[in-house]
Design a protein. Sequence first.
Length: 461
Amino acid sequence: MKKHLVIGLALCLAFSITAPAMALDVEFSGFYRVRGFCAHDYETFGWNDSLIGNEHASDYLDMLLEVNIEFKVHPKLRLITTFTALDKVWGENDIDSPGLDPANSEDTNNIDWNKAYMEFDTGIGRFNVGRMDYGEFNHAFINNGTEADCIKYTLASNDQGGPGWNPLLFTFTYAKILEDDLGNTSSDEDNDEYRATVGYFSPNFIFDNLIVFQRNEDANYYIDTYSPTTPYEISKADIWTYGLYMMAKFGMATIEGKWQYSHGYLTDLQGAGTPDDIELDAMAWLVQTTFDLDGYEAYCGWAHTDGDKSPGTDQNPGDTTNSFPGQFGGDWDLLFFLTSDEGMHAASFGGMGNWSDEGNNPFGLDLLYLGGGIDITKDINISGVWGIGWADAVPTGSKRVGWEANLWLTWQIMDGLEYKALFAFFDAGKFWKDAQDYPYLDSSADNGNCWGLMHQLTLSF
């Protein structure tokens, strides 16, 4: 009897200890994705392959697991975290070992914990503290969504649960991009950003404003600006960015506009090593109209980013670099070859890079595009997009970049399982051939063409 009593007391104690944890509300979401790529002749467009070797094709498979976890500690308190795993090409090793090719993740480890932050609501607004999503602003054009260590404050509008007197959504974020004061003999060597947005949001109208100030005083910082030899080595950068996004719906038509302007000064240590102030002055914008019908969508738009006709040569006091940093950004995958960083072609496209953040082509781009999609059945959609582009600034020769067409097939096989297939074709303009004559660029591309295929199977949960 005594033995049974001891066992019963032990079980009661165990349940009493675990009961609070069991009551914690935890939500999981995420996806597991497998993709296959095949891209032909995207470095030279089929011309003079002997200059870079046999450029026949880049064929490979990759995969990624992402898991999002939300711990609801209290109705007004949450812990939100995300990790990715097996972010690698098939056939690579999932660890970084001597003599073995590492996985294709940020830290070459099998598991990369991307986000972990607390979120709590107070009487004066919401606070997020920790590592979280950073860098997005409405439309994906010129967005560079990433993760950063931040403190974020949000004051919601009255129709989003905020104070009754407030019609606007306001956010302020402090982001520590790089810490370089730890263990140093000098201070103020960090890369910090201060980011604020204020906007009006309704189902049929949006007017949102963005202001960002970046102060980078890291002596080993390399600015994301093209240089034909070595990147700028910057001892200091003070950059202001202003952005504006507008959206209006009129029945079946939606009109969107996005504009962003960056201005500041960079202290350059390249060359003789004497600090010289170089001015950054660059602009980008987009206008798009979308028509949404039952089972059918069509859109057309024009996107622009400033370019610099002599990138990497602005090294004297008073020089100005006009190339918009990151060009079309890392989030807008409108055209597979020209604007997307999906796959591994972006940095070497045409021998100089495409107009995504990873390619960061310094000559800017004016892009006219048309697209649309139609639901063949409730589970199958076919869509396509065509775009033609011109470089914004070149030192000599033609600005005609060429045209690209993409065709997509999307099949919702079942709830939680989706298959997508892409065929992409790019026909190069004379811009690429004339780049062979640029005085500071060793280009080997010509006005030929390239094509690519992508297949993607995604399990979402």
